[in-house]
Write a protein that binds this ligand. Sequence first.
Ligand SMILES: O=C(NCCCOCn1ccc2cnccc21)c1cc(-c2ccc(F)cc2)cc(O)c1O
Ligand SMILES: [Mg+2]
Length: 214
Amino acid sequence: TQSTRPQRILGAVQQNATRGDPRSVVRAIDQYCRSQEWAMNVGDEKGCILDSVVSEVNPSTVLELGTYCGYSTVRIASLLPPHAKLITLEFNPKFAVIARQVIAWAGLEDKIQLVEGSSGDLIPKLKEQFGVKAFDLVFLDHWKDRYLPDTKLIEECGLLRKGGVLLADNVICPGAPEYLEFVRSSPRYESQYFKSHLEYTKVEDGLEKSVFLG
Ligand SMILES: O=C(NCCCOCn1ccc2cnccc21)c1cc(-c2ccc(F)cc2)cc(O)c1O
Ligand SMILES: [Mg+2]
C-alpha cells in the first residue's frame, strides 16, 4: 500500500541518520526534503536562525505548537541544557506517530513530551496537567490563523514569563498577518523580523522573534 510523506521521511531518518545523534537526524531530513520531496519542516536555512534564538534564550521550558515529523522538535531539543524540557503539541495523530519515532531515533525522548490535541484545548491545561510554571520560549509553527488567538491564550493563562520569547515560523509564507500586526504594534512585545526563505525554496519567508515585556 502507498506510503505517506511522513512515513517516507521517517524511512530517510532510519536509513541515513545515526541512532542517538540528533544533528544527523536533522541532516537526513533536510537532505531528503531538498532532494526527494518538499515537506513543511522549518528547514536548514530558517533552522539556523532557530538555533541562534534557542542558544541565546537557553530555555528551561519550551512550548512548540506544531510537531509534524519532529524536525524542529529534535533541532530545538538538541540544543537544550541537561534538565530542560520541551512540550510539543500535534493535532494530527498520523503525524504524531511518525514524530514519536523520529524523536526516539534521535534519543531525545527524555527531553520531549509530545501531546496530541488542539492548542485551544490543551494550552489551558498545560499548567495543571504537566506542571508547567511558565515557558521561556514558544515556537509557533501550527495553523497560521491560530498564532494570534493562541498567543492571547498563552498570555491569559500566565504561561509566558517576563522576558520570554515567541518565535513564529512562516510569518510571510503562508503568512500570519494579524499575528504580525499584533506583536509589532503591542507595547508588551519587542519584535524583530529575521528574513529568510520558505524551507527548501527561494520563496521569501521569515521568522518573527517577539520578546514578552510583561
Ligand atoms: O501549515 C503549515 N504548518 C501547520 C501544519 C498544521 O498544523 C496543525 N496543528 C499542529 C499542531 C496544532 C495544534 N492545534 C491546532 C492545530 C495544530 C505550514 C505550511 C507551509 C506551506 C508553505 C507553502 C506552501 F505552498 C504550502 C505549505 C510551510 C510551513 O512551514 C508550515 O508550517
Ligand atoms: Mg512552518
